[in-house]
Ligand binder design. Sequence first.
Ligand code: ADP
Ligand code: MG
Length: 626
Amino acid sequence: MAKRSFKAESKRLLDLMVNSIYTNKEIFIREIISNASDALDKLHYVSLTDENARNNDELHIEISIDKEGRRITVSDNGIGMDMEELDKNLGTIAKSGSFDFKNENSDDKTDIIGQFGVGFYSAFMIADKVTVLTKKYDSDVAYCWESSGADGYTITECDKDTVGTSVIMHVKEDTENEKYSEYLENYRLRTLIKTYSDYIRYPIKMEVEKTRNTAADGEEPKYEQYTEVETLNSMIPIWQRSKSEVSDEECVKYYKDKFFDHADPSAIIRVSAEGIVSYKAMLFVPGSLPYDYYTKEFKKGLQLYSSGVLIMDKCEQLLPEHFRFVRGVVDSQDLSLNISREMLQNDHQLKTIANNIEKKVKAELLKLLNNEFEKYEAFWKNFGLQLKYGIVSDFGLHKDMLKDLLVFYSSAENKLTTLKDYVSRMKGDQKYIYYAAGESVEKIAMLPQTEICRDKGYEMLYFTDEVDEFAVNVLMEFEGKKFKSVAAEDAELQSQAEKEETEKQREENKELLAFIGEVLKDSVKSVIISDKLKSHAVCLSSEGPVTLEMEKYFASLPGDENKPKADRVLELNAAHSAFTALKNAFVNDKTKAEKYSKILYAQALIVAGLPIDNTVEYCDLVCDLF
Ligand code: ADP
Ligand code: MG
């Protein structure tokens, strides 16, 4: 009997596992039981079309402990494996990509087992040898797979009467740090199974030690030990049980186990719908951001069950793009089992469910927003960007669904605020919802353009994500109020008297402005006397559809051809001493006025967070002032 070696990746993983970077050893039982349950599912599925696969025995899982022999056995009467499958399934770990990921991130304690489907190997965390006896449903031959860890495994023919698989784990001896013997305790193992595998749909049976009183009534109690086979799990999937029966804690536990999240979900959504389509759903808004969420690798979708049998692991059609972070299960008896992916595309019932789910998710998020704002802020930190993308996608098709869920940083509240709350706080004379865009809240707060708005006591929304400005462009208005950038030419932040004063200044300084415009003709579209500056000398704004923030956004995208650029406007504060100096120079010394113009433009670039075209020239200009 030749010894086979594990395929390369498996070997490394086994080493890792045995040397236990993974601290939570007890989950081995969940993994082995889940595999047994999968095997029963598979047999059930095959038996729908293949008579030979029908099992006369009830499909079930059996656990036994041999304390003296230090063995734990998990048996199922499921589909079983033939020689080839044994070799392939228990000799390889296919997902090497995921494995590499783990390796690169070896300092975090993510659940590599569940995440990467390498559950079987977790047995080696508590066992120094694992034996698998298995017989496939359509075969007469049984096989024995055996391995003591990284050095390889053997496969031999063996005797086994019944169809199915037994996994025998030879439990390690105790060490100073690890008491492996605890798993051989009947009570301890039972508790673990109840904890991890309660919702497995097949009975998990085990001989349980019990005590009973054999004395007749009125006599001294006389206790006797006996054993009895018990079904440990409640079997009904958690989403099938009624709301009143399942506590939030249980749902949270289910979520964490099932989706391998260390954080509690931000929201739990339970649906029990009766009507054109009847279904039950248990959905979760994750409490942490999946590491690959904003990448192509992330696949959205909900698990789809038909009467308790899994038909699809990630059914995409059940979730709109803007709620793609939602995880969970949908179970409907109205869907046929042998449904194909193509059929699902056009399935009417599925669409009804999806529409319903979209509404439920929105309602739940609104509830969170209104009742538990801190939790909503945490949610927003993870998935807010997704909702904003939702607003701009499909030409604004989903904006009514999503606009109430938007929050932005408010200059008045110094925290996130909804658009509704903003509008409710608007001043009597305030026409627009004002916003200012920039890299960070701190930087925006210091922008010269925000000064006049603050002076008037108007609240501003601070936009720090590139998509923000696009999003409000698509929204156009909220409760009848239009959005307006404080930097916009028509921001209308001045009083009538101030407006007239600006107009007067613009008229009076026409020649000067034209002169500056000529000096800077390669850089700016126009030069104006500003209507929004108070104490600062200059700022940069834009005219036309592309703003400076958008320009930065486009510049950050890959590729370098035909990037849209903002038409720049240099705004000058006529009341500032710098302007007076420039004005004097214009009369007395044109060369000096030219230099001042260039310097002021450079100042405006710096304030706007844009690069200066020619830094050497700029330095010389400034140093010439001395
Ligand atoms: P996963 O369950 O994520 O596929 P595992 O490492 O847990 O990964 O199991 C590897 C494979 O071994 C399974 O996909 C299955 O094909 C096979 N297997 C494991 N346990 C059993 C079992 N009890 N009966 C039949 N096949 C099994
Ligand atoms: Mg598994």
